[in-house]
Structure formats: structure tokens, C-alpha cells
Ligand binder design. Structure first.
Ligand code: NAD
Length: 707
């Protein structure tokens, strides 16, 4: 807080950590500063600025996470205390101007909305993104924005959770002036001078903000109804925040500002106790934790300057593309020219899509393409830092290829495998340098799937692991380190889930109904549809391998549904028919339709005929095996933390975001409830048996995520 020219006070946010955040501590400081300004002599205006490169951001996920653990009443109290700081600023006896010199997100924009005028840098972005965390603005955003801009725009900003450019903010009327980044403070000071002199009617602005929205009750109802219908179409399932935010604005529009603020605080506290908010906030905390851990690891590693991939199939071609796209040249070797050509065709298609979407220029796409060197021999392998083996999934073939690769590369090169079902330790058998061997399990389709399981064999060195993590990070992926075990993490947990599906079908469930129930639960696709997309031959093979790896909990039979389908040459989407049939509509889009004889094929495994299951029972029988297997994997140290496990399941399998991941979901249910369900379903088989450790945790009221 500094006195500046014309008897103005400059209130500067300057968090030594580098990013100004309007968290509880900053709100307290603001309150104290405003109280001092309010009683100071000869003050005619306040300029709110930032001394950091950004303006101000909202509280971070870690602070939200702690807040969300509190009882609802306490959450409301905290929201009120913080909100009052901004209210005090907006009630000073003289004009207040926000100089938005950098990004003003969430709490930062709410702070600016408490000012009378806003001057913004042309390069900054702003918005209210709280609904993305399952929350709504709680520092006056829902109350002030509809009183500053037209109601429709305010509803879009609040319920959409998007960020906007300065130009868009200016057109919407959210800010009053957009100027060159270097001159924001100077212009804001000019606005303040004009307001203080009476040339700008700042009091009229304030009056508009203090009173109800200037629309009739019917107009408000109409608009809110339309926006609610739109939000219901676009909101992810089980994420109530967008609709709750519109409802909050609807109810508060006709109130005065203090009442509107109060309502907002109450609604914020209600949302804070929802499953979606808990999971979405935890997911961001998990991301932060994992990123920090991965960066720490990667820092210890030498950077991969030149890479290579062996096998130019579906995965090899896409890995080459991913590497070349981020600027790391890659050799791509295969044994067949035809395969190399197909691999390059795939790369060309991916690049063409980038060009037509405007993400790459033609020249840039040619530069990417030139970084991929297709070849039938090992020429140049002596210069590579890291090689990824992506040949067919066959132990014998992989052994031969890996031994060849090891001879072709320099003594310090890292060799990785993209195997999806073989053990890293088994693959390492013929290698002279197993400590330089690691799993890099990419998911299909590589350009869309952010997850890479980095698999640590029992002899993989930390340095090798670090280099593999660094490479995955350089490709823009989220690496999750997993210990070598059958199926690694994602396929292992997927198998437990699909065995739950098999059990339901054996007991007479209709697979279409199971799919519907699981989609209603929040999965992007039900289990039968998912297996069709993965490929039923691939899936049944994975199930076999994983069941062989965990015979004490997982067993399969020739009647397992994916096997039945694959046995009839129905491989799912890729062959046009699996559980469902896949057709192409006139617009070239793939469509899933019912395949009438699928039920007949599965009837052979339904010894007691068909039976109707409730959605609740379907969800329990599907989710429990995955949750219980997740608990075992964590106990075995397959992943380092619940954060790693849940993130992998979210990114690798599309675990419903509102539920977080298997462990977050278990915490939400309560571990005692998980154990109770396990006891209820124990008769089905060991797939439903809770581990002793999980029972112990449940009995002492434990959780996977400590508070
Ligand atoms: P693919 O059949 O499409 O491609 C395999 C390629 O390896 C072919 O181009 C083949 O010519 C080549 N090849 C075979 N022997 C070779 C040799 N001795 N030297 C060089 N190249 C050789 O297979 P894919 O689907 O790309 O799978 C490759 C690996 O990735 C497998 O280990 C698979 O388990 C794993 N994976 C696949 C997926 C997926 O969904 N396809 C997902 C994750 C991991």
C-alpha cells in the first residue's frame, strides 16, 4: 500500500511466491489494508495493481482441497470472510480502479469486479473458471457480474467456466478499457484521475452494482431457463456446478448486493460438499503433485536428443509422430517396406489434420515429417539416446528384436518397450544391460491419450526411469511410474472391471442394460462398448494374461463375453461387429447399432437364464472389483500414491471425472461401505474380496487420501 500522486493510494498485490492469489491470507491482508485506507486522511482514490507478471489468480486447488474438508457451515463462513474484504474495497468513499496488467482468473477477476472501473492489458486473459472445479465464484462473481454486464453474458461467463481474451472481455463490457501491456498502470491512473475529478460517474456504477439486476422477473426467469437447458446439454454428467451457478444467479438477480453475496456464499458451501467438487479439486491437486514428482525425476536425467522406434505399426507410427512433433528427431525401423509406408501414411494423415485445423503451417508440418527417418536397418542407431520397441506382442519376437537393438545402440543408450501385456522383467531376459531397459506403455490412439505408464522392471535403474519419464514429459504426456506386474496398472484394473461385467452377464444381465447403467454412472462408454473399441481379440488376450498373473483373485473361462465374441470372429469396432454393430452414417461418422444375435451368443453362458438387475446393483458389481484391485495395487506399491493411481485411471480409461478415480471414489463411499459391499458380494468369488489391509483401514476409519 503506497501513497501516490493526487492523494491516491496504490494497493499492490505482490506475492513473493511469484503468483498473486486471492486466497484466505491475501483476503485478510486486503481487509486490513482497506480498513487503513478507509480511515486515512486525504485519500481520493485507490488504484489496485500487481507487482507480479500476472494480475491476481484465485485460490489454488490445494487451498480449496483443505477448505472442502471443513463442515459446510465453516466453508460458508470462510467464503463470507473473504468476500467481505472485497466488499469493503468496493464500499470505500472514493473511486477504485483495477489495473489488470496480466491474467485475472477467478478470484482475480472477482477482485476487479469489486472495483468501479477496470483497465486491462491487451495480452491478458480473464474469466471465472470455478465451475470446472465443481464450484461457483464465491467472492462476489455471481452477484456483481450480472449487475455489470447483461445477464445473458454474465450467465455464460459464470456457468461456462471459460477464459476470455482482453478483447472479448471489453466487448462483453466486463472491462472498460484495453491497452498495451506496458501502459496499463498509466491508463488506469488516468481513469482514476477522471473518476476522482467527477469526470467519470463512478457513483452511478456503484449504485447499479448495489441494486437488483435491471430486468423484470419474467425476463430473468426466461433467460435463466434457456441457459439452464443449454448447460444441461453440455455439462458433464454428475457435475451440478454450472446449473447450480445459473440457479444462484436466477435467485440473486432480484436481491440487493449484500443479499446476493450471502446467497452466493451459501450456494458455494453447498457445492463444496458435492462429490464432483471433492473429486475435481483433488484431481488438480493430484496433477500438481505428479507434475512436481515427474519434473524432479526428469531433472536428474539426460535429455533425449535423438530417439528411435522399432516397429512402424499402429503404435510405432504414432510414437514417431509424437516425438517429431515436439522436435525430437526419430528413426523408425521396420522389417517390411510396406509397414514403413503405412506408418508414414499414418503420420501424414495426423499432420494433415493439424494443418487443416490451423494448428500447424504446411512448412511446420514438413519440418515435423523431416524429423522421422524411415529405414529397414539399424543405421544411425549408435547415435540414439533412447529406442522404443513397438513390434508385435510376442515374447519370442520381442526377445530377438531387443537383443538386436541392444547391439546396435551405444553402451549408454536406453531401450524401452511399448508392450501392453508382457512383463518388463521377462522381456529383459536376453539383455546384457537390463538396468537400461524400461517400459514405456503408450495408449492408443497416441496423439489423443495423455497417459504413459513408465514401467520399472526389478533391474531398471533410477537413471533409466528418470530418462524415460523425461522423454514422456517432453512428448507432452503425463508419465505415471508403475512397478512391473501383469497388466501394469490400467489394464490390470480394467480386467477386474471387465470380469465384474462377465459375472453380471453369466448371472443373466443384459449387456446393453449394463452399458446404459455404467454410462449413466458417468463412464464415457459402457464395458461392452469399451471392449468393442479396444478390440475383443486384444481384450480377451489381455484378460487371459492378467488372470494368469493374479490367479488368487481373477479367473476367466472360455465363456467370458469378450472371448465368446472374438471366438465368433467378432473383434469389435475394427471388424465392424462385436457386442454391437458399427455402421458409417452418410456424414462418414461411425455409428453404433444393436446387433440382434449378440444376446443369443451370450445366452450359452447364462446358465440360469436372464435376470433383471437394478442400475444400483450393476454399478456396485462393476465398480467394486476395480476399487478392490486398486487397493491391492496400491498396497503392493505398484504406484507411489493414490494420486498416481487415480490420475492414471482417469487419463488412461476415462474414469468419471466427478468420481475422481477408484481410490477417491472409495473414499467418497467410505471404506466401511466398500468393505460392507465386498462382504455382500463375496459369494460371487474372490474378485469381490477386500484385502486384509483394506479391512484394517476401514475398521480404523481410514481413507486413501489423508486430510
Ligand atoms: P502392429 O501389428 O500394428 O505393428 C507391429 C509392427 O512391428 C509391424 O509394422 C511389423 O512389421 C513390425 N515388426 C515385426 N517384427 C519386427 C522386427 N523384427 N523388427 C522391426 N519391426 C518388426 O502392432 P501395434 O498395435 O503397433 O503394437 C505394437 C506394440 O505396442 C505391441 O507390443 C502392443 O502390445 C503394444 N501396444 C499396442 C496398443 C494398441 O492398441 N495397438 C496399445 C498399447 C501398446
Amino acid at each position: 500500500m503506497t501513497r501516490i500522486e493526487h492523494d491516491f493510494v496504490e494497493l499492490s498485490f505482490d506475492d513473493p511466491r511469484g503468483t498473486n492469489r486471492l486466497d484466505a491470507a491475501a483476503a485478510r491482508e486486503l481487509r486490513e489494508a482497506v480498513a487503513m485506507i478507509a480511515i486515512a486522511d486525504r485519500v481520493h482514490g485507490v488504484l489496485v495493481t500487481s507487482r507480479q507478471s500476472g494480475f491476481v489468480a484465485g485460490a489454488d486447488a490445494v487451498e480449496y482441497s483443505a477448505l472442502l474438508q471443513k463442515p459446510q457451515r465453516d466453508v460458508e463462513t470462510v467464503a463470507r470472510q473473504m468476500s467481505e474484504s472485497l466488499r469493503a474495497l468496493g464500499e470505500l468513499r472514493f473511486p477504485v480502479i483495477a489495473a489488470i496488467s496480466g491474467p485475472a482468473i477467478d478470484g482475480g477477476l472477482e477482485l476487479a469486479l469489486a472495483a468501479d472501473f477496470r483497465v486491462m492489458s491487451a495480452t491478458a486473459r480473464t474469466g471465472l473458471s470455478q465451475v470446472r472445479l465443481g464450484l461457483l465464484p464465491h467472492l462476489g462473481g455471481t452477484a456483481r457480474l450480472p449487475r455489470i454486464v447483461d445477464l445473458g453474458t454474465a450467465l455464460d461467463w459464470i456457468s461456462g467456466g471459460n477464459l476470455f481474451s482482453a478483447g472479448a472481455a471489453r466487448s462483453a463490457g466486463v472491462v472498460d478499457d484495453v491497452v498495451d501491456a506496458a501502459t496499463v498502470r498509466k491508463h488506469a491512473l488516468d481513469w482514476l484521475t477522471r473518476a476522482a475529478s467527477g469526470a467519470l460517474d463512478w457513483q452511478a456504477r456503484r449504485r447499479a452494482k448495489e441494486s437488483a439486476v435491471a430486468l423484470s422477473a419474467a425476463e430473468i426467469e426466461d433467460l435463466c431457463r434457456t441457459k439452464t437447458t443449454d448447460a444441461a446439454k453440455t455439462s458433464p454428467r454428475h457435475q451440478p456446478a454450472a446449473i447450480a451457478a445459473i440457479e444462484c444467479v436466477r435467485r440473486s438477480s432480484q436481491l440487493d448486493l449484500p443479499q446476493a453475496l450471502q446467497l452466493e456464499q451459501r450456494e458455494f458451501a453447498t457445492l463444496a460438499k458435492t462429490q464432483a467438487a471433492a473429486s475435481l479439486v483433488q484431481a488438480v491437486c493430484n496433477e500438481i503433485l505428479l507434475k512436481t514428482r515427474s519434473n524432479q525425476r526428469a531433472q536428474q536425467a539426460r535429455r533425449v536428443q535423438q530417439s528411435a522406434v522399432v516397429g512402424a505399426g499402429i503404435m510405432g507410427g504414432a510414437i514417431a509422430y509424437a516425438s517429431a512433433l515436439v522436435g525430437t528427431p526419430i528413426l523408425m525401423k521396420d522389417i517390411a517396406q510396406r509397414q514403413l509406408d503405412r506408418g508414414l501414411e499414418e503420420v501424414d494423415q495426423l499432420l494433415a489434420r493439424q494443418v487443416s485445423a490451423g494448428r500447424l503451417t504446411v512448412e511446420a508440418s514438413q519440418a515435423v515429417r523431416s524429423r522421422i527417418a524411415p529405414q529397414l536397418d539399424y543405421l544411425g542407431f549408435a547415435q540414439v539416446d533412447l529406442v522404443i520397441e513397438a513390434v508385435v506382442e510376442n515374447l519370442g519376437v520381442k526377445h530377438a528384436v531387443l537383443a538386436e537393438v541392444e547391439k546396435a545402440v551405444a553402451a549408454d543408450a536406453i531401450v524401452a518397450t511399448n508392450t501392453s501385456s508382457l512383463r518388463v522383467d521377462d522381456l529383459a531376459a536376453p539383455l546384457a544391460r537390463p538396468e537400461q531397459f524400461v517400459g514405456l506403455h503408450f495408449f492408443n490412439p497416441v496423439p489423443l491419450m495423455p497417459l504413459v505408464e513408465v514401467v520399472q522392471g526389478s533391474r531398471t535403474s533410477d537413471a533409466t526411469l528418470a530418462a524415460a519419464v523425461g522423454y514422456a514429459l517432453a512428448l507432452g504426456k503425463t508419465p505415471i511410474v508403475v512397478k512391473d506386474c501383469p497388466g501394469f496398472l490400467v489394464n490390470r484394473l480394467l480386467t477386474a472391471y471387465l470380469l465384474g461385467f462377465a459375472g453380471l452377464v453369466f448371472d443373466g444381465a443384459d449387456f446393453v442394460k449394463v452399458d446404459r447403467a455404467m454410462e449413466a454412472f458417468g463412464w464415457p462408454m459402457g464395458p461392452a462398448y469399451l471392449a468393442d473399441v479396444i478390440g475383443l481379440d486384444t481384450m480377451s488376450h489381455i484378460i487371459d494374461i492378467i488372470c494368469a498373473g493374479y490367479p488368487q483373485r481373477m479367473t476367466t473361462t472360455p465363456l467370458e463375453p469378450t472371448k465368446v465374441m472374438a471366438g465368433h470372429q467378432r473383434f469389435g469396432q475394427k471388424s465392424g461387429v462385436g457386442f454391437y454393430r458399427y455402421e458409417t452414417d452418410p456424414n462418414g461418422r461411425r455409428k453404433k447399432v444393436q446387433q440382434p444375435d449378440s444376446h443369443q451368443l451370450l445366452a450359452t453362458s447364462q446358465k440360469s437364464g436372464t435376470r433383471d438387475f437394478t442400475d444400483a446393483e450393476i454399478v456396485e458389481r462393476m465398480m467394486l472389483p476395480m476399487v478392490l484391485e486398486a487397493a491391492v495395487a496400491l498396497e503392493e506399491g505398484v504406484v507411489e500414491s493414490p494420486a498416481a493411481l487415480d490420475t492414471a485411471m482417469s487419463l488412461g480409461l476415462g474414469f468419471p471425472k466427478y468420481a475422481g478415480g477408484p481410490l477417491q471414489y472409495a473414499d467418497w463411499l467410505g471404506l466401511d461401505k466398500v468393505v460392507e459391499l465386498s462382504t455382500r458380494y463375496a459369494r460371487i468369488g474372490p474378485l469381490y474380496r477386500a484385502s486384509d489391509e483394506l479391512r484394517r483401514m476401514a475398521s480404523r476409519g481410514g481413507r486413501f487420501y489423508s486430510e
